[in-house]
Design a protein around this ligand. Sequence first.
Ligand code: SRM
Ligand code: SF4
Length: 579
Amino acid sequence: MSNNFIKVENPVLIVEGKQADNERLKAESDYLRGTIVEDLQDRMTGGFTSDNFQLIRTHGMYQQDDRDIRGERQKQKLEPLHNVMLRARLPGGVITPTQWLGIDKFADDYTSYGSIRLTTRQTFQFHGVLKPDIKLMHQTLNSIGLDSIATAGDVNRNVLCTSNPVESELHQEAYQWAVKISEHLLPKTRAYAEIWLDEEKVETTEDEVVEPILGSNYLPRKFKTTVVIPPNNDIDLHANDLNFVAISDNGKLIGFNVLVGGGLAMTHGDKATYPRCADDFGFIALEHTLAVAEAVVTTQRDWGNRVNRKNAKTKYTLDRVGVDTFKAEVEHRAGIEFGDSRSYKFTHRGDSFGWVSGIDGKHHLTLFIENGRILDYPSKSLKTGMAKIAATHQGDFRLTANQNIIIAGVAEADKAAIEQLAREHGLLNDTTSNQRKSSMACVAFPTCPLAMAEAERYLPKLVDDVETILTKNNLADESIILRVTGCPNGCGRAMLAEIGLVGKGPGKYNMYLGSDLAGSRVPKLYKENVDEAGVLTEIDALTARWSTERINAEAFGDFVVRAGIVDQVNISVRDFHDD
Ligand code: SRM
Ligand code: SF4
């Protein structure tokens, strides 16, 4: 099935120029090995040197330091307190109780923050692992059947799947496809096993193709894939390069509509960068799924911009070569023709909290975890509570793409005990408002090196204030999809929010308005460089108008567009910037 040797028929589609340094780095890395092994033994520094700083990302780690203490260490002429953040690979977000207990213990024993951080892509991160403990971390993960391969770097990342797959047969099938796609697109190099698990190096012959899909230089940029089941766009498909929208007949999965070219990141002030919704290429039967996934990846591999990383993602390739050209190439490579798109409708996003029952008579409890940070706080021992649940739970856990967790597959007889544990430890709280449940933030300070403003640490108080404003404006039962990201990379998906705050500088945010409940359009810039007090003043004025001027149950994002407060950004998003 591999297309590694497909000739690029139209070289004009390749961007000419001096290749980005990351291309050299990948080419020289000996398939992602670099000199990581040697670097690990160097205890003169807590960090990784030269290319290894980037290469460890393809093994699921980022070098970081605590930005709260960076200045103080500088004054003392100390190097930053280097450590790594690890991001696990967890297709569809499924993790067993035994695995949970394993990561819970590792977080206690070897991470400086002591937390398990659920992410916006259905997995978890450890923050603050010191160099001497990194190998042990990978071996611990391996011993419980987990790894962190390809969760970062220029590869296909963790594959998402609509949560709660045990709710119906359709969910189970979709989840299986997420796992298959993840496995199919994984790097085939044995670098991870050799470096972290001490497996022996198997020499390859010169004519052996090590990476038949990703190629020896891997992809031009990160690549993101989802499997999503309408009507719930809980994984926010428009943030992703490649999406398989499940099409069913009588509850049975028959194929997918394939949507290509979504992505949310931009750079402040650079109009050549923008968020973009994915284009619908059409319908494929189930048996073509892996071939189409591979064809989209290899087309992007061959045509993606390797000169300018800011324009390297699939969304820019589509706009540069044209959607029809890209689609035709995918058809050619996969040996299929896309059928007419089947009809489907997304009506909402987010998670449904509380209990639901499944087809097999089992029950599933979705817990709201503010910012996805599982930690023991003075007022609520979330981490202890999760560990206690894991110690008795017979089913599994499902991490959602909204930083929450589902305790899945609970027998009727065990429901009460699980619920009691969740309540005792603050994991379940009937007073959590709808507004809080509809709000999300990225990590930002202190660990993210790219953060320009606070996000995770700002959100709880922001939501308190927004709740007060909504009550004052007679909207106590309403909620707005509110998201904060500490910079325009968009990890908290503010660029698919009804109100999106994008960090500009300390305490300053650009304010975007106007996505919809289904997440089918990106919001538009409303005000620039607003401080925290200004954010509240704006939200007060806007929601006061929403309260009195809205038609029927019009959602906030639809209201601001209809009332002309912001222009609608159309699906193609080429009108995101005004000129
Ligand atoms: Fe992200 C980089 C955290 C989802 C777009 N992201 C980062 C880094 C690793 C910073 C860095 O490069 O050094 C952040 C680490 C912070 C920390 O201390 O943990 C980071 N991203 C996250 C997470 C943990 C946010 C969260 O609060 O949950 C999410 C982890 C997902 C996962 O498990 O794989 C996360 N990142 C996203 C999303 C949302 C999504 O995929 O649904 C996006 C926007 C969608 C998209 O890709 O367009 C996103 N992250 C980025 C970008 C911009 C990429 C680009 O196209 O330019 C960067 C920076 C980069 O790659 O250069 C980035
Ligand atoms: Fe860091 Fe920016 Fe991503 Fe937030 S959006 S986690 S600040 S890179």
